[in-house]
Unconditional design. Structure first.
Length: 85
């Protein structure tokens, strides 16, 4: 994620308007203000971290699903030989 985030920082910015619970928005703003963190930076980083977590969950489900098919796997060399024929 860190590499993606650094490259995303150099790109053009846009505005993303979302509706959320007032208490959550207030808490985030207060947190950022007290720590001297820019609100947009904090929210963008939080969104990217959550996307990473969700994608990791999907990958874990895929791995679990594909593990049942592992017995059908063939060695890579055998696969490549078949493709060359």
């Amino acid at each position: 994620m860190a590499g993606y985030y650094r490259s995303a920082m150099k790109e053009k910015k846009t505005t993303l308007a979302v509706k959320m619970n007032y208490a959550v928005a207030d808490r985030v703003k207060r947190f950022c203000r007290e720590r001297g963190v820019k609100y947009g930076f904090f929210v963008e980083k939080a969104i990217l971290e959550q996307l990473d977590r969700e994608e990791l969950k999907e990958d874990m489900v895929d791995m679990k699903t594909l593990r049942t098919l592992e017995y059908q796997a063939i060695p890579l060399d055998d696969y490549l030989k078949r493709r060359r024929v």
